[in-house]
Design a protein around this ligand. Structure first.
Ligand code: UD1
Length: 338
């Protein structure tokens, strides 16, 4: 089965390409390299021993997308390509709506035109906002997004749902990711944030590597055991494997209008301080950090109830937060040394 992976040179995309290959799928990568680079493809090649087809292109370009679909006969699409910086999305909302939503519609149209039946969409637990009760199930009501980025995920899900129910010959799954962290255990691929990282783990690894002076923990007065926010941190390789399972589920579902959403998390929540302590312990490094004020827009606590993905997709997270933090550190040491 030939699978188009948009954003396949990105953090989650690159790990998914590796897992697709392992499971016997044939990935074809497109990426505009806006937030990634060609070195990632070398990493993928070293891990898999294969050179997958790569096209440097933007999936907002409907003509190029149509040409690609006409040339390659895809059996499915996993759509990672999107802007993802929460803060930037507040400053440049139109860039986010335009980029994240037009590319989605271009791909869906091409799928119908070229008879490509299976679609997997990168959504986010951000669609739950601050839920009234945790853990969150897929039935937990979505809340208004607290950023344009988050809103593109909620609207993206709605676009897909409405499209699938119109019976376009496409089936789809939206995966609501919790907080992906870590890197491939080979340290050949990992996260490559542009500029100053806004996410926790890249900030931690860059601080531990001496690239940043100190980490600020955003708030210690939340209603949690140690006062810092709670998240469901999932190893990126586990998350990548969930995409393979999603494709397999789509393959085995015969209904023409199948659409469903799945939480993809570990089912366990840890505080920011617990994560920092684990990072220090497993890697034997001391992290320079201090407590600062809350970051605007942060959710106090969220973690997944993962029964649905466990039971229906037969997927569960296998790696621990400690393994993810060890792999993230190994990756940071590798890129710092380059
Ligand atoms: C955010 C988005 C999520 C998106 C993800 C990846 C929201 C609610 N969530 O997740 O949708 O997929 O980014 O871009 O918009 N922290 C610090 N110091 C730091 C950085 C982070 O203390 O320097 C804390 C944060 O306050 C938070 C936790 O670490 O409590 C995780 O933060 P982060 O990695 O940015 O992810 P989220 O905000 O959970």
């Amino acid at each position: 089965m030939k699978i188009l992976v948009t954003g396949g040179a990105g953090f989650i995309g690159s790990h998914t390409v590796v897992e697709l290959d392992k499971a016997g799928f044939e990935p074809v990568i497109i990426d505009n390299l806006y937030n990634s680079n060609l070195g990632v493809l070398d990493g993928i090649k070293q891990i898999t021993g294969k050179d997958f087809p790569f096209y440097e292109m933007d999936c907002n370009d409907s003509e190029k997308v149509r040409e690609l679909f006409a040339k390659e006969k895809f059996d499915g699409v996993i759509h990672f390509a999107a802007y993802k910086a929460v803060g930037e999305s507040v400053e440049k909302p139109l860039n986010y709506y335009e980029n994240n939503l037009i590319s989605l519609m271009v791909l869906l149209r091409a799928m119908t035109e070229f008879n490509v039946p299976n679609f997997v969409f990168s959504s986010s637990c951000t669609v739950y906002g601050q839920p009234d009760a945790i853990p969150v199930t897929e039935q937990t009501p979505r809340k208004p997004a607290n950023s344009p980025y988050g809103n593109t995920k909620a609207i993206g899900e709605d676009i897909i749902r409405d499209y699938i129910y119109a019976k376009p010959g496409v089936k789809a799954i939206s995966l609501r990711y919790f907080n992906p962290i870590g890197a491939h255990e080979s340290a050949l691929i990992g996260e490559l944030p542009n500029g100053v990282p806004s996410n926790l783990v890249p900030y931690i690894t860059q601080t531990a590597a001496g690239l940043r002076k100190s980490l600020t923990v955003f708030g210690s007065d939340y209603d949690t055991p140690d006062g810092t926010c709670i998240r469901d941190f999932i190893h990126v390789v586990d998350l990548a494997k969930a995409h393979v399972k999603a494709l397999e589920l789509l393959e085995s579902e015969s209904g023409p209008d199948y659409y469903d959403v799945f939480n993809v998390g570990t089912g366990e929540g840890y505080t920011v301080l617990q994560l920092i302590n684990t990072f220090e312990q497993v890697n034997g490094v001391k992290l320079n950090y201090s407590i600062g004020p809350r970051r605007e827009g942060d959710v106090e606590k969220i973690y997944a109830q993962s029964d649905k993905v466990n039971n229906v997709m037969k997927w569960r997270a296998e790696k621990t937060m400690a393994e993810a933090l060890r792999d993230a550190w190994k990756w940071q040491l590798k890129i710092t040394a380059q």
